[in-house]
Design a protein. Structure first.
Length: 215
């Protein structure tokens, strides 16, 4: 539909107020909330994600587009709830204990939300116990751990260990990322997934959730 294509295009340009106006108009026109979300908002962020992955755009453009998506989703929230539309899955995300960097974590959060996932953002300086408690309380499909400092990477291994000790390891996948993190480090601590950019992290998390919640 033309209005949804326009919504997607304006979202990519970061035109948040215009996106909200079009969401309101689409609802008034009787377009189903889930269709608006998927074909208007999420489709626009999917384009942004691919462009970011291919280095065609950079962090500022992603943040502006994500703000437009967030505002559009806020306008849709009640209508989605009335229609009983469920999120595709749940991710817990945070920067590990001892690390206060959050730009990368915030990018991944936005990309996860752009895939239609519910995201529990624990912020920065998050302990292994806090990650696992949030995962258990929210029946999360994936825990996403971010670190920028090499000195804090060990906390990622503690997340794996605590999840195992608490009996939730078989229920939740653990994803690690950040500048000093690598696939070999991921393998060495027994985590499940490593990706080197936010868009790829969101793709991997979506696949985990779809496997857990087949349509």
């Amino acid at each position: 539909m033309e209005i949804l294509q326009e919504m997607s295009t304006l979202l990519q340009a970061g035109r948040a107020k215009k996106v909200v106006e079009l969401v309101k108009q689409a609802l008034a026109d009787g377009i189903a909330p889930q269709v608006i979300m998927e074909e208007g908002l999420l489709s626009g962020m999917a384009v942004i994600g691919e462009q970011f992955k291919n280095n065609e755009i950079y962090v500022p453009e992603v943040l502006i587009a994500a703000r437009a998506m967030t505002m559009g989703m806020a306008e849709l929230k009640d209508a989605l709830a009335r229609d009983g539309v469920q999120a595709k899955g749940t991710a817990v995300i945070g920067t590990v204990k001892g690390d206060l960097h959050d730009i990368g974590k915030n990018l991944v959060k936005m990309m996860l939300e752009s895939k239609g996932l519910t995201v529990i953002d624990l912020g920065v300086d998050v302990s292994a116990e806090a990650f696992c408690q949030a995962a258990a309380e929210n029946n999360a499909d994936v825990i996403c751990c971010s670190a920028l400092l090499t000195t804090t990477m060990g906390e990622m291994q503690r997340v794996v260990e605590v999840a195992t000790a608490q009996g939730i390891r078989s229920k939740v996948k653990i994803m690690v990322g950040g500048a000093p993190v690598s696939q070999s480090f991921c393998d060495s601590i027994g985590a499940d997934f490593y990706t080197n950019d936010a868009a790829s992290a969101a793709d991997a998390a979506l696949q985990i959730c779809l496997a857990n919640h087949p349509a």
